[in-house]
Write a new protein. Structure first.
Length: 194
């Protein structure tokens, strides 16, 4: 036999062995399929148990703490976001209050300025009216005083005229002056009066 025939015979022998193994395990079809994939039932069960044990350990000691930590972190983040929103709302409310207070203060300042202006104007009017009344009173008092002084002066003037006339008449009678002399005395008396 040649080399290739040997190989064919060996391959055929291998196939026959494989068919025999399949036929032996063909009594249980699951084992037959598992056998084709190289799965052993006892090893698979022990691996499955090991996997479940590892899964329980990971669930208990790793997954739960990580989930708990992530939940806590999520809660903190949500709480921080809520607080930030509340702070933002409060800041906007404070800004509104601030602008309202400033507007109200400006309005009040304007009202105070207007009241002060009105009060100043009325006070100025009062002062001017009082000054006018005082001037009128002083003028009236001056007029009365002038009138009184004029009356007194007229009395004194009459008295002086009478005195002068009496003196002139006495002099004329004493001197028994002539007509020219009496004229000159009368003119002199009139000059003194004026």
């Amino acid at each position: 036999m040649s080399k290739s025939e040997n190989e064919i015979t060996e391959a055929t022998g291998t196939n026959e062995l494989h068919e025999e193994t399949v036929q032996e395990s063909s009594t249980n079809p699951i084992e037959a399929v598992a056998g084709q994939f190289g799965i052993n039932g006892q090893i698979f069960v022990s691996q499955l148990i090991n996997f479940l044990i590892v899964l329980v350990i990971l669930w208990r000691f790793v997954y739960r703490p990580i989930v708990k930590m992530l939940d806590e972190r999520s809660e903190k983040i949500e709480k921080s976001i809520k607080q930030a929103d509340e702070i933002e709302k409060r800041v906007s409310e404070i800004e509104k209050e601030k602008s309202n207070i400033i507007t109200q203060a400006q309005r009040q300042a304007q009202e105070i300025i207007e009241k002060a202006h009105i009060q100043g104007q009325s006070r100025q009017d009062e002062i001017i009216t009082a000054a006018k009344r005082e001037v009128e009173r002083i003028i009236e008092k001056g007029k009365i005083q002038l009138s009184d002084e004029k009356t007194v002066m007229m009395r004194e003037l009459r008295k002086d005229i009478i005195d002068i006339s009496v003196k002139a008449a006495t002099r004329i009678l004493q001197d028994q002056v002539d007509e020219t002399k009496s004229k000159s005395l009368a003119e002199e008396t009139v000059r003194k009066l004026v």
